[in-house]
Write a new protein. Structure first.
Length: 106
């Protein structure tokens, strides 16, 4: 969808693609919290989930600010490139996350 936004110069297609991207990205943050809760020991839940939420809040404030700075200097055509870069970064981080619970030794 990000590449369609970049390549197709249609306002309606861009709006629909953006809506679909927002719908698909919506569950990513709760899924990350659930994965962290499942992977980490119980005594680390409070601190680790607070750190994850703080980093998410920082990113939610920083990236729109950077995007706004770029769009005022370069133009609005930078939005698809920034979105694609953020999507690739999120995908790489998700791939590096463990997919199974580690075997615990008692």
């Amino acid at each position: 969808m990000n590449i369609l936004i970049l390549l197709v110069p249609s306002f309606i297609e861009n709006a629909v693609s953006t809506a679909i991207i927002g719908t698909v990205y919506g569950p990513v943050f709760p899924a990350n919290l659930a994965a962290a809760r499942d992977l980490l020991p119980a005594e680390l839940h409070m601190v680790s989930l607070a750190i994850i939420a703080a980093c998410a809040s920082f990113g939610a404030a920083l990236f729109p600010f950077i995007t706004g700075l770029l769009s005022t200097t370069v133009g609005a055509r930078t939005f698809p490139y920034i979105t694609i870069a953020q999507t690739v970064a999120m995908f790489c981080i998700w791939i590096l996350s463990p997919s199974r619970l580690p075997a615990r030794q008692n």
